[in-house]
Write a protein of this length. Structure first.
Length: 207
């Protein structure tokens, strides 16, 4: 049985989520709160497995509350359930220790499945949020490359490497020997602080 705490200041939505979750035989509602003021004391009396929490609430907001929960109860899993799709809220929640980020427009089944997933140790996100997170990190990687000291030739080789070309193919396409290519690759690894082609692809590759 997964013990849930719902923290949501909108009474109508909180009651609706409560009713929906109680329909699942694997979920029990430990707490329903309309703010975070009593959260720590209530959790000390009965610790939930998963907290389902809004962000925009009076007093302590959901991101601040996530920091507090993780400080006092590090094993408790947290899912933010909100209307906010902006990067500031998304990354603020993730930095605070949230294990999931859902939108209130997500289906009841998505919310239930996500609760079960985070209870198993997984991380969950609404598809829109996941795309924003992925885009952010991809842009960060590209910015890191642009701000690095890679030469134009090294950037050209990097592009070919992460697109899966063999060393022979790369050397032939840009008109250098494999030995010279290896020298360039060593410089690329050093400048980007990676140690293998697989690590390079994992960090900078495009899926």
């Amino acid at each position: 049985m997964i013990r849930i705490a719902i923290i949501e200041d909108n009474d109508q939505y909180r009651k609706a989520i409560d009713i929906i979750l109680q329909l699942d035989p694997n979920i029990s509602i430990a707490h329903t709160l309309n703010n975070c003021a009593e959260m720590i004391g209530r959790f000390q009396a009965e610790l939930p497995d998963v907290v389902l929490m809004d962000i925009d609430m009076p007093g302590m907001n959901g991101i601040q509350a996530a920091w507090e929960i993780k400080k006092h109860f590090p094993d408790v899993r947290i899912i933010m359930l909100t209307v906010f799709e902006d990067e500031e809220k998304i990354f603020g929640a993730l930095k605070a220790g949230a294990n999931g980020y859902l939108l209130k427009k997500d289906s009841p089944q998505k919310i239930i499945d996500s609760i079960c997933a985070v209870h198993r140790g997984e991380a969950v996100m609404n598809g829109i949020i996941a795309s924003k997170v992925l885009d952010f990190f991809q842009q960060s990687m590209l910015k890191e490359i642009e701000q690095s000291s890679l030469t134009d030739r090294e950037k050209q080789i990097l592009e070919l490497l992460i697109n899966g070309f063999s060393y022979k193919e790369i050397a032939a396409s840009i008109g250098i020997s494999v030995e010279t290519l290896n020298s360039h690759i060593k410089n690329i690894y050093r400048k980007l602080n990676v140690h293998s082609r697989s690590e390079l692809s994992a960090k900078y590759g495009r899926n």
